[in-house]
Design a binder for this molecule. Structure first.
Ligand SMILES: Nc1ncnc2c1ncn2[C@@H]1O[C@H](COP(=O)(O)OP(=O)(O)O)[C@@H](O)[C@H]1O
Ligand SMILES: [Mg+2]
Length: 254
C-alpha cells in the first residue's frame, strides 16, 4: 500500500538556522500522528512544506505517492491543512466557506450540504453559519478552519496547533471525531502542546527536536514507557527525549 505521507531526508534552513534537519517520516492509513516539539522545533516549517507552502532545500515529500513539488495540484487533492496562523476568507460566512471548499474538492452538491451540516454540528457553529468569518472568535475561527480541512474527507489532514483556544467540549467532540476519522485508510498529522489530549487521541507520537526526530512511538510503546515511575505521562517522556529531564514533575511543584 502506498503510504499516505512519505517524507524523505527533508532539510530546510533559514540562513544559518536548520529548521528541519534530514527529517524522514512515513505515515500510513489508519494513523493519527501527534507531532510534538518545543517552540521552534520545526513543526510548522515541516507542515508548511508538506502543504507545499514552503520549499525545501533537499529531500522529498510525497502525499499518496504524489510529489508535492512536482505536482502540487494533484497532491492537494489528497490533503486538508490548517495553518498555525489562520488564513481564512473573512468575508465569507462559515457556511459559504465550507460549501466553497466542498465545490473545489469536487463533492456532489447534495452530499456537500449534508456533510457541511454535520461539520457545523460537530463544531457547534450552526448558529453562526450565516455570520461572516471575520466576526468569529479565535476558537470559532479555528473550528471553521478545521471543518474546512475535513470537508470531502481527504486522505491526510494536517492540523497545526488547531486546538488552541477551543473550549473543552469542542476539544472533546473534535478529538473524538478525529480519532475515528483515520479509519478507512485516512491519516492525521497534528501538532499541539496539549499533550494529555494527544495521548488520548493519537496512535503514534513523533517528537521533533531542533528539526530532527528524537522519538517515534506507537501508542503501545508510549504506554509501556508511561508505566514506569520515571516517565509517568507523555509530558515527562517529551521532556526526557528533549534533554529536559530536570523539568519532569515541575508542573506539580508551583
Ligand atoms: N520564515 C522564516 N524565516 C526565518 N526563520 C524562520 C522562518 N520560519 C521559521 N523560522 C525559524 O525556524 C525554526 C522553526 O520554526 P517553526 O517551524 O515555526 O517551529 P515550531 O512550529 O515547532 O514552533 C524557528 O527557529 C523559527 O524561528
Ligand atoms: Mg508552530
Amino acid at each position: 500500500m502506498t503510504p499516505i505521507l512519505e517524507i524523505k531526508e527533508v532539510t530546510k534552513s533559514f540562513g544559518k538556522l536548520k529548521a528541519v534537519d534530514a527529517l524522514s517520516m512515513t505515515i500510513r492509513g489508519g494513523e493519527c500522528v501527534a507531532f510534538i516539539g518545543q517552540n521552534g522545533a520545526g513543526k510548522s516549517t515541516t507542515m508548511r512544506s508538506i502543504a507545499g507552502l514552503s520549499s525545501v532545500d533537499s529531500g522529498t515529500i510525497k502525499i499518496c505517492g504524489v510529489d508535492i513539488s512536482e505536482d502540487p495540484v494533484e497532491a492537494r487533492r489528497h490533503f486538508g491543512y490548517v495553518s498555525q496562523e489562520l488564513d481564512l476568507y473573512s468575508y465569507l460566512t462559515g457556511e459559504e466557506f465550507l460549501m466553497l471548499v466542498a465545490q473545489i474538492r469536487g463533492c456532489a452538491p447534495d452530499a456537500s450540504e449534508r456533510e457541511v451540516d454535520q461539520l457545523l454540528d460537530l463544531c457547534d457553529l450552526q448558529k453562526a453559519r450565516k455570520r461572516l468569518i471575520r466576526e468569529y472568535s479565535g476558537g470559532m475561527a479555528r473550528k471553521i478552519a478545521m471543518a474546512g480541512a475535513l470537508v470531502g474527507k481527504p486522505e491526510l489532514v494536517i492540523l497545526d496547533e488547531s486546538f488552541v483556544g477551543l473550549d473543552p467540549e469542542s476539544t472533546y467532540k473534535l478529538g473524538k471525531y478525529l480519532k475515528s476519522y483515520v479509519s478507512e485508510g485516512r491519516a492525521i498529522l497534528i501538532s499541539s502542546h496539549i499533550l494529555e489530549m494527544l495521548h488520548a487521541m493519537c496512535s503514534r507520537f513523533f517528537i521533533l527536536h531542533h528539526g530532527a526526530c528524537v522519538a517515534d512511538y506507537s501508542l503501545e510503546a508510549l504506554n509501556a514507557l508511561c508505566a514506569s515511575s520515571e516517565t509517568p505521562d507523555l509530558t515527562s517522556v517529551y521532556l526526557q527525549k528533549t534533554g529536559q529531564s530536570d523539568l519532569i514533575g515541575i508542573s506539580r511543584s508551583f
